[in-house]
Design a protein around this ligand. Structure first.
Ligand SMILES: Nc1nc2c(ncn2[C@@H]2O[C@H](COP(=O)(O)OP(=O)(O)O)[C@@H](O)[C@H]2O)c(=O)[nH]1
Ligand SMILES: [Mg+2]
Length: 588
């Protein structure tokens, strides 16, 4: 079984996130989940208390809706005027423990670490994070024991102090629900009862303020309701207290009060702590289907997001192949290899131009374009290469597609719509930065790839050495200044390929090289080069820019209120910590 401190930490984290979501108005239905999480946290603390202070006295917790007579019942049980009774709703605001036959102990403050212990008479009305625990003289049996009076959970102000009801309930070895005749059918009562049932402690229900004539009708109605909710499980015992003026104030004790005391003694005697660890697990099993709903919605949405991102990468790569690598008129890589080759051939006209500017030729080189006068009117950014422009365009298209999808899914009703809205927001915020980063990665890739182009040119040159006829034709070919200019422009990455293909001088070089045995050889070298280029671009997309950066975007939601920010692995370890089944990747 999972270790309790891990359970406790996990529950606390889940609760903090859920409360955060509530505070920003995301999904008000999470209030119930918070209630269940609080009870589970308290049940964990009880298990820890059982281990660390095995002998702490039996704890009976009285709970119920407002004005049902909880404090009155506590006094009847203790046979003392201990708990404050009032006709005002929400009069009891704190958990109040009455020790019978013992004086309490340090274990209590470690069970209520977030609460201040205050004397009953001094419990403040403006601070809910207090409790009291005092010894009373009482004939209650069995003893030693502590009887807890608790605040209501259903009145208007109950939100302020409801947590202390739940904290006290977790401490219970046995529990007593006090409902009044007019409250027993309330939704709020049955919701709490549902949780307490999952907590599994011996439970007694007391219907209070029942007029004599109504007794059978009310009891039968409650019993049939219990049948409906409890099914075949063993149901709690029900006792009745009549509507009787001055109940508990007279010396004469009505029969019903005696019966109540006896039933309470019985459930206290039934209480055993051996079951508490298993009961905690039942409580976790009970809450989990509800707690996991928003988590799963996010994990599923995040899985879908990853699939979308992978899809985008695939389609960018496909388009890059089609529109760049395999596009016959946009063979920028080939042209650049040729320019390198021309340099290696030391053809005078080309070598002259390139030679003069040798130090300036760092590719891409802004300065050179100004010198050649080429391309200025066509490209606003002199660093531009077709490849970079295409990749950037494709990246932008991907971002647009992702935000449109996010907005579409946000518009669909469902648990994940806030997540998608959040993602659309993250994308909007980060779009500029992402594009900037991706651009840098393209340039880094291009600079890294430059030596490969040079190496390919070197191979072409070596091949040419074995083809003296072609080599000679090249050496004697007449290259005008045009060819040199074209070469330089390509070298600096500033010339569109269409221009290059049209440049007659280059055409003549190309045709010399692409025919016969030399042509085959060149095709081979170029094929290898393109394969390498495809690999590098794939790496750029998959390991770099697109996949990783876009894949990490959901993390931006983890810090925003209302989100849990778990991925599939984190979800599974959380589920495991609570003893729940994990999920396969890609679940829906
Ligand atoms: N007449 C009569 N009044 C009761 C009975 N039980 C509780 N009351 C009154 O109902 C009001 C609320 O009782 P209290 O014990 O403070 O309810 P709590 O809010 O559940 O603690 C008080 O005015 C009590 O005197 C009862 O059985 N008969
Ligand atoms: Mg009260």
């Amino acid at each position: 079984m999972t270790d309790t401190s891990n359970i406790s930490e996990t529950l606390r984290w889940l609760r903090a996130r859920s409360e955060h979501a509530l505070s920003v108005g995301v999904d008000p239905s999470r209030e119930d989940a918070v209630f269940g999480l609080q009870l589970a946290e308290s049940a964990v603390a009880k298990c820890q208390l059982n281990q660390e202070n095995q002998d702490h006295p039996l704890q009976l917790v009285v709970f119920g809706p407002t004005q049902s007579g909880k404090s009155t019942v506590v006094n009847l049980l203790l046979e003392a005027n201990a708990a404050g009774v009032s006709a005002l709703a929400g009069y009891t605001m704190h958990a109040q423990g009455f020790h019978v036959g013992h004086g309490g102990g340090d274990w209590l403050s470690s069970f209520f670490p977030d609460y201040k212990k205050v004397a009953v008479a001094e419990l403040p009305r403006d601070d809910a994070d207090c409790y009291s625990a005092e010894e009373v003289v009482s004939p209650l049996q069995p003893a030693p024991a502590t009887v807890w009076d608790s605040p209501d959970f259903d009145s208007l102000r109950a939100g302020d102090y409801r947590e202390s009801v739940v904290r006290a309930l977790g401490l219970a070895d046995a529990a007593l629900l006090v409902v009044s005749k007019d409250k027993y059918a309330d939704q709020a009562v049955w919701e709490v009862l549902d949780l307490v049932r999952a907590l599994g402690r011996p439970l007694l229900i007391c219907i209070n303020k029942v007029a004599d004539g109504d007794r059978d009708v009310v009891v039968n109605s409650l019993l049939s309701r219990l049948d409906e909710y409890w099914g075949s499980d063993s149901k709690p015992q029900v006792v009745v207290l009549p509507w009787q003026p001055g109940l508990g104030e007279n010396a004469e004790v009505p029969l019903d009060v005696t019966a109540l005391r006896k039933s309470v003694s019985d459930i206290m005697r039934q209480a055993t702590r051996d079951e508490h660890r298993a009961q905690l697990q039942s409580l976790l099993d009970h809450g989990w289907p509800q707690w996991r709903v928003p988590l799963l919605a996010e994990v599923n949405a995040a899985t879908q997001w990853q699939a979308l991102v992978e899809d985008c990468c695939d389609s960018v790569l496909k388009q890059y192949k089609r529109d760049y690598l395999e596009h016959p008129q946009q063979d920028e890589t080939f042209q650049r290899s040729l320019v390198e080759l021309l340099q290696l051939l030391e053809i005078p006209a080309v070598a002259g131009v390139l030679g003069k500017t040798r130090q300036l030729i760092t590719w891409p080189a802004r300065q050179l374009l100004g010198m050649t006068g080429l391309g200025e009117d066509r490209h606003t950014d002199p660093d531009d290469s077709l490849e970079r422009r295409l990749l950037l365009d494709l990246f932008q298209q991907s971002l647009t597609r992702l935000s449109e999808t996010a907005l579409d899914r946000a518009a669909e009703a469902g648990g994940a719509s806030a997540w998608w809205r959040g993602m659309a927001g993250v994308l909007r915020q980060q779009r500029e930065g992402l594009s900037f980063d991706f651009d840098h990665q393209i340039r880094d890739y291009q600079i890294d790839f430059e030596p490969e182009i040079e190496a390919a040119a070197q191979k072409l040159y070596e091949g040419l050495q074995e083809q003296p006829i072609v080599l000679n034709s090249l050496r004697v070919a007449r290259f005008g200044a045009d060819a040199a200019g074209v070469a330089l422009a390509v070298k600096s990455g500033g010339l569109g390929l269409i221009d290059l293909a049209l440049a007659p001088a280059m055409l003549s070089v190309t045709s010399l090289l692409t025919e016969g045995a030399m042509g085959k050889y060149i095709d081979g070298v170029m094929l290898e080069l393109r394969q390498l280029q495809l690999q590098r671009v794939e790496k750029l997309l998959v390991e770099g820019g697109l996949a990783v950066q876009l894949g990490n975007l959901p993390r931006g939601l983890a810090d925003q209120p209302g989100f849990y920010g778990l991925d599939n692995i984190q979800y599974n370890s959380l589920a495991e910590a609570l003893g729940q089944a994990t999920t396969e990747r890609g679940l829906v």
